[in-house]
Design a protein around this ligand. Structure first.
Ligand code: GLN
Length: 251
């Protein structure tokens, strides 16, 4: 079996080591004998996208989001088709915000989104920064997901969240929701990179992408995740011991 992973704008959407998510997906697939091709999709080098099995968008500053939008908007219809066809999309922070209708940044500039999903984001006073612990209902074994968030944008939607915020801010610091799930789309504010301390989520993405591609149930061979789970538990304990998160200064 093989997977083609599209890394969207690795030169722009590259905050807080988010490219580590590509490395985790690639390694956890290859360790199971699954061939992987990583395709870098940039403004200079577009690729077809139709052959994507996983599409990854990382985090970016307001400036990078604005920079790439006009280029990415050329592919909004195709991306919507791919989402509806069940291609797996993992979108982190700025990448997550771009899937919605718009993002109003800290200066009141309206950055158009792809309108693939029906939600919006607006920057509000202060930044939502810190470690974050989420409880998910995804059938991925471990119920918790750990990460780090740093965003001025607050996202509002009625989709199924990735999970409930146990500690931290999440989508907007108000409704106790973190992220979004729609078909095989996961949007999240969790950096870290997200998948390095959440191998159960990484395997969920690999499994779902393979099942859509090969149209059959896939059970992945277990890996020795001792270190990854130890890191997950250590971070979870640390987050639970931390005080209530405080909204950071606006940049
Ligand atoms: N620029 C967006 C915000 O500040 C996203 C930041 C990010 O990707 N970490 O909300």
């Amino acid at each position: 079996m093989e997977l083609r992973i599209y890394h969207m704008y690795p030169d722009l959407l590259n905050l807080y080591g988010d490219r580590g998510n590509i490395i985790v997906l690639e390694r956890r697939s290859r360790w199971r004998g699954i061939r992987v091709e990583v395709v870098n999709f940039t403004r200079e080098e577009e690729r077809s996208l139709e052959d994507a099995d996983i599409i990854f968008l990382g985090g970016g500053s307001d400036r990078e989001q604005e920079l790439l939008y006009s280029h990415l908007s050329k592919f909004k219809n195709l991306l919507k088709e791919l989402v509806e066809a069940g291609v797996f999309v993992l979108a982190v922070c700025g990448g997550y915000q771009l899937l919605g209708k718009y993002y109003i940044d800290a200066y009141g500039n309206k950055i158009e989104g792809l309108s693939i999903l029906d939600f919006y984001t607006q920057a509000e006073k202060g930044r939502l920064i810190g470690n974050i612990l989420v409880e998910t209902n995804l059938p991925i074994g471990l119920k918790t997901i750990v990460g780090f968030e740093n965003h001025g944008g607050r996202t509002y939607h009625d989709y199924t969240p990735l999970g409930k915020v146990i500690k931290g801010f999440g989508n907007n610091g108000k409704d106790n929701k973190e992220g979004l799930i729609y078909k095989n789309v996961i949007g999240t504010y969790l950096h870290g990179p997200l998948l390095s301390k959440n191998p159960h989520l990484a395997d969920y993405i690999i499994k779902k992408a393979l099942e859509r591609k090969y149209k059959k149930e896939i059970s992945l061979a277990p890996l020795n995740d001792y270190e990854e789970i130890l890191a997950h538990e250590r971070v979870k304990d640390k987050i639970l011991k931390e005080g209530k998160p405080k909204i950071g200064l606006s940049l």
